[in-house]
Ligand binder design. Structure first.
Ligand code: FAD
Length: 395
């Protein structure tokens, strides 16, 4: 069997793995070799291309808000940063904001969260029902009394464009992508030493990064680590109402139903309650059409009469990379395996966090510490310690 050696082997070449590869290969003074193993170069079932592309500032922990502020900074210059041979990628950032709707019973929590966002300098305003009705005349505000609206750096991007831009730039900077699947990790006590590939090769590794998305728990188990990250299926529907609604935000109804414009159409979905969200088979991408009929459409039609008549023109299912412990990312080395790094469990908001996570993991690997943004709250050992770092705003 062929055996090659790399300083860093990244398992998963999705948006997170490719962001880590890009930031590592950009580090001044870092001359190490970097390999990315990707089991599906078309990314057909990866989460990023199946995502909503949402980018928001409205999180509930200071760390996630700071991550979003870096996302905004990064996206403002993404064309220059990820340029290859004069070709500047365009991720199509539509800055139309997020609007979270709240019922009277939700107001206290919304005001508490808003205070956190204000302290962190997030550009978010609270709107009462008349203010919402004035700003969004198509919106029926019956039953909702408060809206939380992001006034800057919120909206959505083309997720596949960002993934491809990271990947292309990483490759241009010398990162090697392997079209293969990691099927085993060799461990020697407190270190991992190599990654075994389905095709038969073994890559000796100075450090290994788990960036396997919703397969993160499986990859952790290859080295004997227990990571509570598992897939949760989400169906997305594209609807045609034969009309566009200018300046429509990414709207999150008080019921959890969400929708946003997509070109001439709208995309929509809804996450189920936790106790109605079983673990799917890893290859189960069958769309739940009854979910649209029963849970999504009635809410959209109630909120906006323009959705009373519509046609579903497309649909797909994708997997959330759910951290079952506290719905937040797990970042950094395993407490007992010092060179096995984690970038997992984004629980439905990993696309937008990819720039900050890529940068942070590259700092940990090369400098042994966070240099820009302290993300130690996301450390692995909080799980064994039973210390939840809860993100409340999981859509
Ligand atoms: C319906 C839906 C809507 C979403 N909406 C948003 C949103 O609005 N905003 C947001 O920020 N996020 C959103 N997300 C979440 C986001 O897509 C994920 O958090 C993000 O894609 C995680 O990136 P990743 O690179 O870790 O995972 P992925 O994008 O899934 O990439 C992981 C890659 O690892 C590869 N891989 C896995 N195991 C192996 C192995 N053993 N060997 C080799 N390769 C392997 C896979 O093939 C895959 O390409 C959404 C997700 C879904 C499903």
């Amino acid at each position: 069997m062929a055996k090659q050696a790399f300083d860093v082997v990244i398992i998963g070449g999705g948006v997170i793995g490719s962001a880590v590869a890009y930031f590592l290969s950009s580090r001044p003074g870092f001359t190490g070799s970097v390999a990315v193993i990707e089991r599906d170069q078309t990314y057909e079932f990866a989460s990023a291309p199946r995502s909503l592309g949402g980018v928001r500032q409205q999180f509930t922990t200071p760390e996630n808000i700071k991550i979003s502020q870096y996302t905004a900074e990064f996206l403002a210059q993404v064309g220059d940063i990820l340029e290859v041979d004069g070709d500047k990628p365009d991720v199509g950032f539509k800055k139309q904001g997020y609007l979270f709707l709240g019922t009277p019973g939700m107001e206290d929590a919304m005001r508490r969260i808003h205070d956190i966002q204000m302290r962190e300098g997030a550009p978010v305003v609270l709107l009462d029902a008349p203010a919402m009705a004035e700003k969004f005349p198509w919106l029926n505000v019956d039953g909702v009394t408060l809206g939380s609206y992001g006034t800057a750096n919120e909206g959505w991007i083309d997720p596949f464009a960002l993934l491809q831009a990271f990947r292309r730039k990483a490759r241009a900077q010398g990162v090697t992508y392997f079209d293969d699947e990691a099927v085993g990790i060799d461990r020697d006590g407190a270190t991992v030493t190599a990654v075994r590939l389905k095709g038969g090769d073994t890559l000796a590794a100075g450090a290994v990064v788990n960036a396997a998305g919703f397969r993160g728990g499986k990859v952790a188990a290859m080295a004997g680590a227990d990571l509570p990250v598992a897939p949760r299926k989400r169906s997305v529907f594209v609807v045609d109402i034969r009309e566009q609604i200018p300046n429509h935000p990414l709207l999150i109804d008080s019921t959890g139903v969400y929708w946003r414009p997509e070109g001439q159409y709208f995309v929509c979905g809804k996450s189920p309650e936790e106790d109605n969200d079983p673990e799917p088979a890893y290859d189960d991408f069958e769309v739940d059409h009854a979910w649209f009929e029963n849970e999504i459409w009635p809410v959209m039609a109630e909120r906006c009469a323009k959705f009373e008549a519509l046609k579903v023109v497309n649909s797909w299912a994708g997997m959330y990379d759910m951290n079952l412990f506290d719905h937040n990312a797990v970042i950094g080395p395993h407490p007992e395996i010092s060179n096995f790094y984690f970038a997992n469990g984004f629980s439905g908001h990993g696309l937008q966090q990819s720039p900050a996570i890529g940068r942070a993991v590259s700092e940990l690997i090369t400098a042994g510490k966070f240099e820009t943004l302290d993300l130690s709250a996301f450390r692995f050992d909080r799980i064994a310690a039973g210390e939840r770092f809860l993100e409340e705003a999981v859509v």
